[in-house]
Design a protein around this ligand. Structure first.
Ligand code: ZN
Ligand code: ZN
Length: 394
């Protein structure tokens, strides 16, 4: 992290102003700074984070996403301003990556209150935020029958959800994503506009009333069911191969404990003997399938949802055909709400989840292409009506 003009903010602003005060007037010490933060700072809850610190320190000013990261102006008591800057230099929201931090002193402008303002457009230099696995708070809501987002597969907040894969251009604002076609309902808009809410400025914010919906297809025809995801799970239980649209593209899913199904998937994908990775229901289930040490267990639940290569246990519920002649298996946990709902409803402890593509071709991510190319590969297609802008083989 480089700090530009670090010395400027050590200057005691109050004293500078005092020169111009009338002799009997109590000097009002006000300092003001303009701060620019760049890196992965959009779509990771950076503006709400700044807002909270500014509010705690009773500073005035604003924060906004610019084409060049996040721009902040604060003014208030000099000591509070310095504390604000110090905190921004050492603290950050969990998903943010700060690459550069610059700060200059400016003339106070008399801001009242602290606001999250509209985005400035300009030259775009900010890095694109990555997609993040659904967080614990959202998961709790997802499986809480009393929550208004109970089993809603597109639940997200400032700490989780799709970012890169729905982004058309920076800055990262809803109008620049494939969420722009979904108008937030009153409840969602209230969360999005309330600074104390964990969905404050969460750009893909949505619910079942206003957001994207999941759909299940067979032979290009829509199957009308109440819950397409649990229906897809039932099909997997019955030995079908189902294409599932994730954050960044389609995957092919099937029962990892069925010899005939996995063999059939191999044949359709023309996969040869290359191993498949498996999605497991939970860390506990993973431990029944592979040997895991404590750091591997931690990595399994990491928000980047990595695939962990670990030694197979014997005997194993997962059939040998998943990774023939291999002592290791690639395992990972559900990371999108769709995957979580799916895994709750499938019977086997693990499913094969492999890129939806033919041989070495890139992953399929457009619905139209999926309908064509999966004709002979997937028995059913589980998709949704939000466009993937950038594909990612996640
Ligand atoms: Zn979340
Ligand atoms: Zn809504």
């Amino acid at each position: 992290m480089s700090v530009v003009s670090e010395k400027t903010y050590l200057y005691p602003v109050g004293k500078m102003l005092r020169k111009h005060q009338m002799p009997n007037q109590k000097p009002e010490e006000v300092a003001a700074y303009r701060i620019n933060v760049n890196g992965i700072v959009q779509g990771v809850g950076y503006r709400p984070f700044v807002y909270h610190i500014a509010k705690t320190l009773r500073l005035n000013g604003f924060v906004l996403n610019s084409g060049n990261g996040v721009l902040i102006e604060v003014e208030g008591r000099p000591g509070d301003c310095l504390q604000f800057i110090e905190r921004l230099k050492v603290e950050k929201p969990p998903r943010a990556v700060v690459k550069t931090f610059s700060c200059v002193q400016i003339t106070p402008r008399g801001h009242r209150g602290f606001r999250v303002e509209q985005t400035l457009s300009g030259e775009v230099e900010t890095l694109c935020p990555p997609d993040v696995a659904v967080c614990k708070d959202c998961l709790n809501e997802l499986f809480n029958p009393n929550d208004r987002r109970y089993l809603y597969p597109f639940i997200n907040c400032i700490n989780c959800g799709p970012r890169f894969t729905i982004l058309e251009k920076l800055p990262y604002d809803r109008v620049n994503t494939s969420m722009k076609t979904f108008k937030m309902c009153r409840d969602c808009d209230k969360e999005y506009s309330e600074p104390s809410d964990r969905r404050f400025k969460a750009e893909p914010n949505a619910c079942s009333r206003c957001g994207p919906t999941a759909r299940l297809y067979h032979d290009g025809r829509l199957i009308r069911v109440e819950n397409p995801i649990s229906e897809a799970a039932k099909l997997i239980n019955r030995g079908f191969i189902v294409a599932v649209k994730g954050y960044g593209g389609f995957h092919l899913a099937c029962d990892a404990t069925s010899r005939s199904t996995v063999t059939e998937l191999r044949r359709r994908k023309r996969r040869g003997n290359k191993p498949f990775a498996i999605m497991v229901k939970s860390v506990e289930e993973a431990e029944r399938i592979v040997e895991l040490n404590s750091s591997e267990k931690e990595w399994l639940t990491h928000y980047s949802a990595p695939i962990i290569l670990a030694r197979k246990k014997e005997p194993n519920p997962v059939v040998e055909e998943v990774a023939p002649n291999m002592r290791y298996l690639g395992v990972f946990l559900p990371y999108t709400p769709i995957h979580h709902i799916l895994m709750r409803s499938v019977e086997p402890p693990a499913i094969v989840l492999t890129s939806g593509n033919v041989s070495e071709e890139p992953i399929i991510f457009r619905d139209k292409e999926a309908f064509e190319k999966f004709k002979d590969m997937a028995d059913y297609i589980l998709t949704y009506n939000r466009r993937i802008v950038n594909f990612a083989d996640d």
